[in-house]
Design a protein around this ligand. Structure first.
Ligand code: NAD
Length: 387
């Protein structure tokens, strides 16, 4: 029989993670202190499974078995038989500590404990445990049922065997697993920052409007969504908070500096699709702004954002956050980038990327454009990131 999996927190992420584990054949206990939230999660999972049956992804009988394997509870004690418990509750360190300290009293000694945190360090959460060696980060992306990427993050205290065990287990759930260091934003939320930040900066300098920047990134760059459409989709409140958190966690490195434009949109309640207005207007009857389809301008915009993304990907490798292959996999599977950023650098040539960064650095004299040492090395040695 497969291991029993526990998930704590039946919100956006917890419900999805529980469904993924149940679809992989596990018995799953999903717990939440709020019974109404548990009911909502149950309905959401049922609806999603019905859709999958309709689409022919699995039979009605298998669908029933998956639902049967899910148990919903308001009691933490229901996790006593679990081999792995993933916490997906509110992003608050002291509340997470309380939950993990109680959980440690409930589970067996070999049960692995994990957090789905996006912005807290794994070390800081695990520090409350008597045995932090069995604790690590398992970071799913939203929606967990659809996004293939999962970042597995060992903390300083995590036992190597625990990381290996979880890498194999989550891999068996039809997910793409990348292992990365416990650093702010892990891989995706760190490397993706310039996609938003540099687009906002280009707008703030008056070089182009939102629609033109989005047009450049989708039509010329091949990205599925432009930065402003994507920020509106994620929500300006959420996206701004991630940027601010990463900026503070990197000791205010100017590379991650948040933007006033996004802050003002957030303050004004222009949160994006969910509030009916963000960078764009989503109210009925409103028409989409027309981009200036100037190819030379578009190319400049795309190249400026791309070289900053490549610089960040290079820094993640340089600082040993993850391997080049893991960074590329993370950006293609976690945020749907059309190509791995380092493979892109190899294709364009590291020297070309470096030249553009150096010219931005010279023009602005700002640290946000400083080229990464690994990128410099690749350019000098004329070598590739991806072998
Ligand atoms: N939303 C995302 O896009 C996303 C993506 C990746 C990771 N995360 C991380 O996942 C975690 C959950 O985020 P979310 O968006 O699903 O939040 P959410 O607000 O949708 O859900 C949180 C759930 O936790 C429950 N909860 C709160 N305190 C609890 C407690 N003490 N015991 C049991 N249940 C409790 C709440 O009732 C709620 O149902 C956070 O750590 C977040 O950083 C979120």
């Amino acid at each position: 029989m497969k291991e029993i999996i526990g998930v704590i927190g039946a919100g956006t992420m917890g419900a999805g993670i529980a469904q993924v584990a149940a679809q992989a054949g596990h018995k799953v206990v999903l717990s939440d202190t709020n019974p109404e939230q548990l009911l909502r999660a149950e309905q959401q999972i049922k609806k999603s499974i019905d859709k999958l049956i309709e689409k022919g992804k699995f039979t009605a009988q298998l669908g029933q078995e998956i639902l049967h394997n899910l148990q919903f509870s308001t009691q933490l004690s229901e996790h006593s038989q679990a081999s792995l418990v993933i916490e997906a509750i509110v992003e608050n360190l002291s509340i997470k500590h309380q939950v993990f300290q109680q959980l440690e009293q409930v589970v067996g000694p070999t049960c692995v404990l994990a957090s789905n945190t996006s912005s807290l360090s794994i070390a800081s959460i695990g520090a409350c445990l008597q045995d932090p060696s069995r604790f690590l980060g398992i970071h799913f992306f939203n929606p967990a049922t659809l996004m293939p990427l999962v970042e597995v993050i060992p903390g300083v205290a995590t036992q190597k065997e625990v990381t290996n065990q979880i890498e194999n287990l989550i891999g068996s759930w039809h997910k793409t697993v990348v292992v990365c260091k416990d650093t702010p934003g892990f891989i995706v939320n760190r490397v993706a920052r310039p996609f938003y930040g540099e687009a906002l900066r280009i707008y703030e300098e008056g070089l182009a409007d939102f629609a033109t920047i989005d047009w450049a990134m989708t039509t010329i760059g091949g990205f599925k969504m432009g930065p402003f459409t994507l920020m509106d989709y994620i929500g300006n409140d959420i996206n701004y908070t991630v940027t601010e958190t990463v900026f503070a966690a990197f000791y205010y490195d100017p590379r991650f500096k948040p933007s006033f434009t996004q802050k003002r949109h957030m303050e004004a309640g222009f949160l994006g699709r969910k509030s009916g207005r963000g960078f764009y207007d989503y109210k009925e009857g409103s028409s989409a702004p027309v981009p200036t389809e100037d190819f030379n301008l578009g190319r400049q915009i795309f190249e400026r954002i791309l070289v900053l993304l490549i610089n960040e990907a290079s820094d993640a490798v340089f600082m040993q956050v993850a391997s080049p292959a893991a960074v590329d996999l993370a950006m293609t599977k976690g945020v749907n980038y059309p190509k791995g950023l380092l493979a892109w650098a190899d294709e364009l040539d590291a020297g070309w990327v470096l030249e553009r960064l150096e010219s931005l650095f010279t023009e602005y004299g700002e640290d946000r454009y400083r080229p990464n040492p690994l990128l410099r090395r690749k350019a000098r040695e004329q070598s590739k990131f991806i072998l």
